[in-house]
Design a protein around this ligand. Structure first.
Ligand SMILES: [Zn+2]
Length: 256
């Protein structure tokens, strides 16, 4: 195990259901299997329970399975020994990826409980992606999928020849949904915003699918539009019985 103590930075080892460091700091594994290494106990927030349930239902519909397959291919081409998913949510993508040693980090307990119960190939950890309980230069690959990208922390964690895989929304991602919600919908801006890592590959993938009313509601709740949309837009969404949508993702690979 590569995890380090969030208090003193020494290596952790597992003894039964506890992770301990040489100085005696100890952290319990939850019944579901995830490990809480969040230093500020009680300050974890992450995504709320209703949103995570909506996201889980939507992902299980399979509409984003094409992204999961594309990420499997990307990771397979890198053959990482150690991989971490930074902002892993309920582990929908993490669990499908192939590495000898895998970690998933998130601040939502609800998401981690779901992840740990359904995927035993990954050690899930409650911790901030801006301060990860991992030693310097331990990762062959890091994944950040629709999550904020802590570039300095990723630079600290990647091995010399390590890679970052980043997934962001494409220009036309869910444009049809925005056409329902807004009078003047905009296309996404898609330029690379990372400054210190060097991009080595960029791949745009897209799929179109039809969403039922229930799926639309779930999808809406997992997007940033849920808190940007006024009552009028939400009302319009309720009047749509089904909608053909485009999902478009940009998968970028970076090296140090
Ligand atoms: Zn310690």
């Amino acid at each position: 195990m590569k995890l380090i103590c969030p208090i003193c930075g020494n290596p952790l080892s597992r003894i039964n259901n506890t992770a301990v460091c040489p100085l005696g700091h100890s952290f319990d594994y939850a019944a579901s299997g995830y490990l809480n290494l969040n230093r500020r106990q009680g300050s974890a927030h992450g995504d709320d329970e209703q949103m995570i349930k909506a996201r889980t239902r939507f992902l299980e519909s399979g509409h984003y399975a094409f992204l999961r397959s594309a990420l499997q291919d990307t990771v397979n081409s890198l053959k990482p020994a150690c991989l971490a998913d930074l902002g892993c949510g309920e582990g929908y993508y993490t669990g499908a990826l192939d590495a000898e040693e895998k970690y998933g980090f998130d601040l939502s307990k609800t998401a981690l409980i779901h992840a740990a119960k359904h995927d035993h190939s990954t050690q899930y950890v409650l911790a901030s992606i801006f301060r990860l309980p991992l030693p310097d230069h331990c990762l062959d690959a890091a994944l950040t999928c629709f999550a904020p990208c802590a570039e300095d922390e990723i630079l600290r964690l990647l091995k010399t020849d390590g890679s970052l895989i980043q997934v962001t929304p494409g220009r036309d991602h869910l444009f049809e949904l925005k056409e329902v919600l807004y009078d003047t919908p905009y296309r996404n801006r898609t330029e690379n915003t990372l400054q210190k890592l060097t991009m080595t590959d960029e791949n745009v993938i897209r799929s179109t699918f039809t969403c039922t009313q229930e799926e639309l509601n779930d999808l809406f709740r997992m997007t940033p539009y849920a808190w940007r949309t006024g009552q009028e837009g939400k009302k319009k969404l309720q009047e749509v019985s089904s909608l053909q949508l485009t999902a478009e993702f940009i998968i970028r690979t970076f090296k140090r």
